[in-house]
Design a protein around this ligand. Sequence first.
Ligand code: ASP
Ligand code: MG
Length: 446
Amino acid sequence: MLVLKFGGTSVGSVENIEKVKTIVDDNAPKIVVLSAMSGSTNNLVAIAEAILHNQTEAALKLIAQLKEKNKQTAYHLIQNSSVLQEVVNYINQIDNTLLSFTHNNSIPNFQNTVLAQGELFSTFLVNAYLNEQGIASSIIPALDFMRVDKEGEPDLFYIQQNIKRLLSQQKDTQIFITQGFISLDARGEVTNLQRGGSDYTATIIGAAIKAEEVQIWTDIDGFHNNDPRFVENTYSIPQLSFDEAAELAYFGAKILHPQTVLPVRALDIPVRLKNTMQPEAEGTLISNEISSEGIKAIAAKDGITVIKIKSERMLLAHGFLKRVFEIFEKYQTAIDMVTTSEIAVSLTIDNTQFLDEIVAELEKFSAVTVEDKMSIVCLAGNNIVNHPETSKLFQILNDVSIRMIAYGGSNNNISLLINTQDKPNTLQQLNHYIFKTQVASVAPSV
Ligand code: ASP
Ligand code: MG
């Protein structure tokens, strides 16, 4: 069995939903995981915020806009009047749920219940449409099998038992449709797998049913060797190992939720990234295979803050780093890059929620400096650390000021910390040095 996940753009317009139909309608048994229509989760976040802040008028306006958007899509997609009526009834049901929260939002996890409406609608709509088109699909509700434990980790045993039960109840169905992103928590309340979490849903399901393959259908043709927003002539990478994908996932978060490959990697279930708008394009296959060595991809992440911690006491002292790391642990702040000298350590974070508290604690025993607006540039590829071509990348030291270099942390990654303003130049120059293309700038599209 295959698991196919379609993202927000793929279900975001009548035209694209028609493309989804063509892709899924091939008589092979599959589970289809859908995101909310593009923009819907953002709309629902705004609705939940407005309700939470008692901005009832604003909330009512946003709820009405969402209802109208959903109705327009349904009217354009569905021809059969009784099927259309069912969809409209469902839209009204969602509308009533959202409206009820403007009177009373005291139910637990009300915000998550609001956010869940996006996936609940997209799956209802697409299932109704496929049925109208004569395709035998049916919904298996994510809230009937998807559950995370107290730590927010998928409860694989529970998921496996329940999904198997649901599938076995409908032996003749070929296409099962379910909601990405939404889940129950350990107490049985509605929660979600964080923004972009539908990819993660797909691989959790893939692991639970031991799928042959998990396909992530999106609006680009896989992982590119560099960021196409800043560099011309990038190309999609046909194959990545799980290690390479794990290194890039954090940087390619817009393409793939960072945790996506975790559930399937140990089971050796490949993940294929495909483009709904261009199904014939090869995309990227993520699998256990190591197809080549050397730098394969460059990616960058903005919004990085670097903290430099300097202390003479660090010289020949043991336990210094433990003391530093314990502070980050206390504030549940993940550290991404670390470099050390004899008397100083620099590290980066992307979550600055507790930055002031962290700095205050560090200052008790060291001198601390903080710089923001930094970016991490990641170069990934199997065994790049030992590869003869890798030295080429260090020509970049002539072009931009590099604040930190992480080399040797893994064989598959080298990371550079730069000022975000130097990012376009860094990506273009690295492209030139490594992939031998001309330095050519394109205007950023975002
Ligand atoms: N709809 C959710 C979001 O926009 C989950 C997803 O699309 O993956 O974040
Ligand atoms: Mg996504």
